[in-house]
Design a protein around this ligand. Structure first.
Ligand SMILES: Cc1cc2nc3c(=O)[nH]c(=O)nc-3n(C[C@H](O)[C@H](O)[C@H](O)COP(=O)(O)OP(=O)(O)OC[C@H]3O[C@@H](n4cnc5c(N)ncnc54)[C@H](O)[C@@H]3O)c2cc1C
Ligand SMILES: *[C@@H]1O[C@H](CO)[C@@H](O)[C@H](O)[C@H]1NC(C)=O
Ligand SMILES: *[C@@H]1O[C@H](CO)[C@@H](O)[C@H](O)[C@H]1NC(C)=O
Ligand SMILES: *[C@@H]1O[C@H](CO)[C@@H](O)[C@H](O)[C@H]1NC(C)=O
Ligand SMILES: *[C@@H]1O[C@H](CO)[C@@H](O)[C@H](O)[C@H]1NC(C)=O
Length: 505
């Protein structure tokens, strides 16, 4: 009750001070906002707080609401005293926002080591890497012709265009929709990728069905727990993850989130946001109005309310994830409760049962990663050895003997399934995620602008769900909120940015 009253008192004070500063209708926009709320302290919300601070300056109060732990889908799990990445694990070398954050926050990025990978079709391995690089190359050529080389070129071309976002954002340009952002990077071709599956995209580009089934599909299964029927753009993002040089943060990727939160000087409010309501307040004699958003949240001290000028929602608006009710909006905010894909990450310290994977002589088994093809009898998507976040190089040794495996599967593993996968194991732990969107192109992204000053960052997940995508969306939303507040419309949805910024070098 006290918190509730305190909330209302704050709302009143905020209203009063906003009103005092204003004289006529549209002029209110010249004053800086006083309070901004960010809902969700994952990489999206914490990087949004950081970018909001950069744009709006030191005086604005920024509250970040978090129901669980800071980091969200960047989280670790403890097994036998060591921590392992249970959610978002690897970062691409060209993810420039993430790279900038770790540098700015003084975090360290040890060199990871790759291991040997094999592709399992449910009966046997159709492809296995060996420790001899040249031999792998010859095997790839033999089995898939030039498909794998062409894939790297195909992905690189897409990545090149994607990289334009950093220049646009460095010049402060923002986009009012995820489709608009995508169009500014790669035109109709990129938008088209949202409308077709990665399989269709690659078929049209001349890749063989064998390559799609044996290489592309297993990569989609590892990264998104889904088949090659996910949209072409997220598929390409997923394939970019097969590049070398992937990295992770020493101590855990979630340290980026706690670091950004600290650097943003935002206030963390531990609580669950339940509803958001629009409050339109008359400003007295001049007759103008002030729009505020009242956030109702549930914390350890009960229900409370606070009012904000601007709101950024940095969690999927899926009823099973963030059940936020929008009250009093006219027109009402539609329901974007699109389905999310369940993925279970199971960690096991044990001896793998190589004969389950068709090995006649288990002592020959040397793989660190098992990717799988589509096969209804398979109950796992992938499994691979992992290192603790404190010692990223440990996964490879000892080569024989018990190791820690991370298994992705759509359902929790049963005891019987565990006994098939492992000869023996001494400990295991699992985390069930609603991990990423369940993609089914043609994809339509939910809006970024939910209401005049309320923005939805996780719209971008329907283009592709990845840490860097959340940070790109966070910076975009911070810029969008800023330009719309100060009515700098010439910074939003500009055409031909790529051509224009070329001459501006
Ligand atoms: C198993 C797995 C593996 C992955 N692997 C990779 C990878 O290797 N590389 C990569 O780049 N990406 C990977 N991803 C995707 C990546 O983790 C996500 O895209 C990214 O972390 C999403 O961040 P976010 O901040 O947008 O959302 P989240 O991290 O989900 O943050 C949302 C936050 O909001 C909070 N919240 C929700 N509702 C409320 C409420 N009502 N009130 C207050 N707080 C609320 C939640 O508790 C959560 O902390 C993986 C994801 C999973 C699950
Ligand atoms: C994608 O499909 C939608 C309908 O689902 C359509 O409105 C849109 O124009 C299509 N976009 C492209 C680039 O083909
Ligand atoms: C708020 O939290 C308390 C305790 O955590 C819980 O009992 C209550 O049901 C919650 N209320 C709402 C509206 O979610
Ligand atoms: C979401 O919240 C509404 C109202 O608070 C409630 O009626 C509904 O059961 C909730 N849904 C889920 C899936 O939790
Ligand atoms: C190992 O895999 C084989 C082949 O699938 C299976 O028969 C056996 O039960 C599994 N488990 C053990 C402990 O050997």
């Amino acid at each position: 009750m006290r918190a509730l009253l305190a909330g209302s008192a704050r709302l009143y004070l905020l209203l009063a001070s906003v009103c005092r500063g204003l004289s006529s209708g549209s002029q209110e926009l010249r004053y800086p906002p006083q309070r901004i709320a960010v809902i969700g302290a994952g990489i999206g919300g914490t990087s949004a707080a950081y970018f909001l601070r950069q744009k709006f300056g030191k005086d604005v109060l920024i509250d970040v609401f978090e129901r669980g732990t800071v980091g969200g889908r960047l989280a670790t799990i403890n097994l036998e005293g060591k921590d392992y990445e249970a959610g978002g694990a690897v970062i691409h070398p060209l993810n420039l926002h993430m790279k900038h954050f770790v540098k700015e926050l003084g975090l360290s990025v040890p060199k990871g080591q790759g291991g040997l990978m094999g592709i399992y079709n449910g009966d046997e391995f159709v492809f296995e890497e060996s420790s001899w690089y040249i031999w792998n190359f010859i095997k790839l050529l033999w089995r898939y012709g030039l498909n794998s080389l062409r894939m790297y070129m195909w992905v690189e071309e897409i990545l090149d265009k994607f990289m334009r976002i950093y220049r646009y954002q460095a010049h402060d340009y923002a986009f009012s929709s995820s489709e608009g952002l995508l169009h500014a990077l790669g035109g109709a071709e990129f938008l088209q990728m949202l409308n077709q599956t990665i399989e269709e995209s690659m078929q049209k580009s001349g890749f063989s069905q064998k390559f799609i089934n044996e290489i592309v599909t297993p990569v989609m299964r590892v990264n998104y727990g889904q088949s090659a029927s996910i949209n072409g753009f997220v598929g390409a993002v997923s394939l970019a993850g097969t590049d070398g040089g992937l990295w992770a943060v020493e101590g855990g990727n979630k340290l980026v989130c706690t670091g950004l939160l600290y650097a943003s000087k935002a206030q963390l409010i531990s609580g669950t946001v339940i509803s958001i309501e629009e409050k339109i307040q008359q400003k007295g004699r001049s007759g103008g109005t002030v729009n505020l958003y009242e956030v109702t949240y549930n914390s350890t001290s009960g229900l409370a309310r606070d009012a904000y000028n601007i709101i950024l929602i940095a969690t999927p608006l899926n009823r099973k994830i963030a059940n936020i009710t929008f009250r009093n909006f006219n027109p009402p905010i539609p329901d974007f409760s699109n389905p999310y894909q369940q993925t279970v990450a199971t960690f096991v310290h044990g001896h793998i049962n190589a004969s389950f994977f068709g090995y006649q002589d288990p002592s020959q088994f040397q793989l660190n990663g098992i990717f799988t093809m589509e096969n209804p009898k398979l109950f796992i998507n992938s499994m691979g050895t992992v290192s603790p976040v404190q010692d990223r190089t440990a996964a490879l040794n000892p080569l024989l003997g018990p190791r820690v495996w991370k298994i992705f599967s759509p359902q929790p593993l049963t005891k019987e399934q565990m006994n098939l996968l492992f000869l023996s194991y001494d400990s295991t732990k699992a985390k069930t995620w609603l991990a990423y969107p369940h993609y089914s192109p043609p994809e339509k992204c939910p809006p970024i602008i939910l209401h005049s000053r309320m923005y939805y960052l996780n719209s971008i997940e329907w283009v592709a769900s990845a840490m860097e995508m959340s940070t790109v969306s966070a910076k975009n939303a911070a810029l969008l909120a800023y330009h719309r507040w100060y009515e700098k419309m010439d910074m939003i949805d500009q055409e031909d940015l790529h051509e224009r910024l070329k001459t501006e070098l």
